[in-house]
Design a protein around this ligand. Structure first.
Ligand SMILES: C[S@@+](CC[C@H](N)C(=O)[O-])C[C@H]1O[C@@H](n2cnc3c(N)ncnc32)[C@H](O)[C@@H]1O
Length: 212
């Protein structure tokens, strides 16, 4: 699903070199393509994994599970006693993710919580080492503060689709574009965070919590 952030041939080049993991993970990637699930691409999955391992994350929170593709990349970055909590509001989708995570061998480290991310966040205690936000884009601003509050100092808040096909930089005023703009601006001005946007796929924001 390239959305015009970089030239198409560059996106294809990056995708062609991406680490795709083992056959079990590739099967989830292929399911995503075949059934048109809005999951991250392999290059982004490995990027999420590298970030988690780089900070030796032990406790990760994912907002937006879908079929468990990015969740598997994240869970595979955890040590044996690590934990991924992932939130999905659609129970049928969560059931697919659960099965996929059994097949990819990460189920014992993963807890899937079914419900709305904003509501679930209220009951979730931090600190997390790493939070990956990939829910409905209009819902981004509402989860920003609760996510930052639940992140440890030195932890990462990573967010997908922050360039929204480039629309954030154009005049587009759709609900999603405005919500992502608000999210990016608040994050960039938050004194607790240092944030940078990587123009990979649809734009990935990586933000480090530098103070509480
Ligand atoms: C973009 S997909 C996630 C893709 C997944 N992170 C991956 O790359 O493999 C977003 C998922 O989050 C779920 N979702 C959207 N808004 C949500 C919310 N507010 N709370 C919980 N789940 C939500 C959707 O049902 C969908 O399955």
């Amino acid at each position: 699903m390239p959305r015009g952030i970089v030239y198409e041939e560059i996106d294809e080049y990056i995708d062609g070199l991406a680490n795709r993991g083992d056959p079990a993970l590739r099967a989830v990637e292929q399911q995503g393509e075949k059934e048109d699930w809005p999951i991250v691409a392999a290059a982004e999955g490995s990027f999420l994994h590298i970030l988690a391992r780089s900070i030796r994350a032990r406790r990760i929170l994912e907002l937006g599970t879908a079929i468990g593709y990015s969740g598997t990349w994240l869970a595979r970055a955890l040590p044996d006693d690590g934990e991924l909590i992932t939130v999905e509001h659609n129970p049928e989708t969560a059931a697919i993710a659960r099965k996929n995570m059994e097949k990819t061998g990460v189920a014992s480290k993963v807890k899937i919580l079914v419900g709305d991310a904003q509501g679930i966040l209220k009951d979730l205690k931090g600190p997390f080492d790493y939070i990956f936000n990939d829910i409905d884009k209009a819902g981004y601003p509402a989860v920003l503060d609760p996510a930052i509050e639940r992140l440890r100092v030195g932890g990462l808040l990573v967010t997908d689709n922050v360039l929204w096909g480039g629309d954030v930089a154009r005049k587009d005023r759709s609900k999603e574009t405005q919500a992502i703009r608000t999210y990016n601006e608040r994050l960039s001005k938050d004194p607790r965070m240092i944030a940078a946007i990587v123009p990979l796929r649809d734009g990935v924001s990586v933000a480090l919590k530098v103070r509480g």
